[in-house]
Design a protein around this ligand. Structure first.
Ligand code: ZN
Length: 139
């Protein structure tokens, strides 16, 4: 089966392209329909997961876990933890004011990772390839 995104030849029973990782149309159209429906349901849930857990805890990108992008979650959550710890450290040990200003960094990262979760979920839903993170294909 030819990939509709990049044109690479793939196994007929593959779910995803082995070159660009785009979702391949299923051989039975009904299966494909079911698959898309499941993913569509999870789209907003994934985004809300990333937003809410990222806001109340320091773990950003939890929605990526839900979507099955474990490596991407690792990167997004890791950066969030580092940014949060830096601003906590500055608040407690250096300067409250500078720490509060620095706290804008983990906030921006939270907004970005929430948006990124939405973009990934949307790509899954529509069968497009997953957007790059820092120019890399991290899933
Ligand atoms: Zn492809």
């Amino acid at each position: 089966m030819k990939c509709p995104e990049c044109g690479a030849e793939n196994n007929d029973n593959s779910e995803r392209c082995n070159v660009c990782n785009a979702i391949l149309p299923a051989s039975k159209s009904q299966n494909h329909q079911e698959y898309r429906e499941i993913k569509f349901k999870s789209k907003y849930f994934a985004t809300i997961l990333s937003a809410v857990i990222g806001f109340f805890f320091i773990f950003d990108g939890v929605g990526q876990l839900y979507l099955g992008f474990y490596k991407r979650f690792g990167v997004e959550c890791g950066i969030s933890i580092v940014l949060n710890l830096i601003s906590y450290y500055v608040v407690f040990f250096i300067s409250m004011t500078i720490g509060m200003i620095l706290y804008i960094l983990p906030l921006i990262w939270l907004i970005y990772t929430t948006y990124d979760t939405y973009k990934c979920a949307d790509a899954l839903t529509t069968g497009r390839s997953i957007p790059l993170l820092f120019g890399r294909d991290i899933q």
